[in-house]
Design a protein around this ligand. Structure first.
Ligand SMILES: *Cc1c(COP(=O)(O)O)cnc(C)c1O
Length: 220
């Protein structure tokens, strides 16, 4: 199947899931995870109506952004943030979804000066997996409060990458988001759900799904 057909299929599956799980129409945003996918495939997805793309590697992203500069794309960074790359990440993207420490937030804030505020999500290690990056659930509120005064960042929500097929993690994440909101942290984004589990994520309350292989096929 072509990328544009697959993109349409994923979009309609999202709209169906919104209906099925009594979510408001268009309450779930699709971000296409385009790491290791070609410029041609990204263009095809764009022309099928997708405008938000997420990248994991700074070098690769910079090259793609250069080649796609004629398109009006909202770029998300979802990869591991190396401290020597924060400047590129802070200025080259509209969203950074993988903020996992105050140190990183502070560096992004400094590098973002003179721009409009950078949208960020705190990456949460919801299953408390020792090998995974992200903030532990019990530490998210403190970090959110530390980030709040940083003028060049706009904290939008939390992002998770649960273990494969761990549906309960989506509900845990949705609860955490509610607790944060009750504690006075303004959040409008719950970024969870990938190719194999986005419907379950939408059922649990996801507002942003990050989908790669279901749109583009297997990564090169
Ligand atoms: C690659 C990636 C995705 C998309 O994964 P697929 O299984 O290809 O849909 C989503 N989120 C993050 C953080 C990723 O690195």
């Amino acid at each position: 199947m072509t990328v544009s057909l697959q993109a349409e299929k994923v979009l309609s599956a999202i709209r169906e899931a919104e209906k099925k799980y009594h979510r408001a129409p268009d309450s779930v945003t699709l971000v296409a995870a385009s790491k290791n996918q070609s410029i041609e495939k990204i263009r095809a997805a764009y022309h099928a109506g997708l405008t938000r793309f997420a990248e994991n590697y700074v070098q690769e992203a910079i090259e793609k952004q250069r080649q796609l500069s004629d398109l009006s794309i909202e770029w998300h960074f979802i990869g591991n943030i190396q401290s020597n790359k924060t400047k590129w990440i802070a200025t080259g993207f509209d969203w950074v979804q993988s903020v996992n420490s105050y140190r990183v937030a502070e560096r992004l804030n400094r590098a973002r000066a003179l721009h409009n505020p950078l949208n960020i999500c705190i990456e949460v290690n919801i299953d408390q997996e020792p090998t995974k990056s992200g903030v532990l659930p019990q530490d998210v509120l403190l970090l959110a409060k530390q980030i709040r005064p940083l003028p060049n960042l706009k904290l939008r929500g939390i992002m998770v990458i649960p273990e494969k097929n761990h549906i309960v993690a989506f509900e845990k994440t949705a609860c955490l988001q509610k607790e944060l909101i009750q504690a006075g942290v303004l959040l409008d984004t719950l970024s969870m759900g990938m190719s194999h589990d986005f419907e379950a994520a939408i059922a649990a309350g996801s507002t942003m799904v990050r989908i790669g292989t279901a749109i583009f096929g297997e990564r090169a």
